[in-house]
Ligand binder design. Structure first.
Ligand SMILES: [Zn+2]
Length: 118
């Protein structure tokens, strides 16, 4: 099979979180990175004014209720998949969404629209 290098590449998929209520104390210790929803993180970064970045504190405050370790792992996964840039080492972080991250959000919106109308 010959692949056309000009063919548009499918945008990366956004992982959907398994539903666990982080505010129920019994479930807190069960929360892993896979439970931290990615869409709200990507949306909050997409909403930043041009050139601005979010620091780790911003994201942890936004995701309050989720264990720090789980959120950091989720961020690292987004970084590995090139949907965001940033660093979870404990520095300022300077998280920002990438073009691939924006494309993934657009694809997400479109599939949601499709599910809604079909
Ligand atoms: Zn760092």
């Amino acid at each position: 099979m010959v692949t056309n290098p000009k063919a548009p590449k499918a945008p990366p998929r956004i992982h959907h979180a398994a539903v666990v209520d982080p505010f129920v104390s019994d479930s807190r210790k069960l929360i892993q990175s896979k439970h931290v929803p990615e869409v709200p993180i990507l949306r909050s970064l997409a909403a930043l004014p041009g050139g601005e970045t979010a620091n780790l504190e911003d994201i942890l405050n936004h995701r309050s209720g989720y264990p720090v370790k789980a959120v950091k792992e989720r961020l690292n996964s987004l970084i590995r998949r090139k949907l965001i840039t940033g660093c979870t080492c404990g520095c300022r972080g300077e998280f920002a969404i990438t073009e691939a991250g924006k494309a993934a959000l657009t694809a997400e919106d479109e599939s949601r629209e499709y599910r809604r109308v079909s």
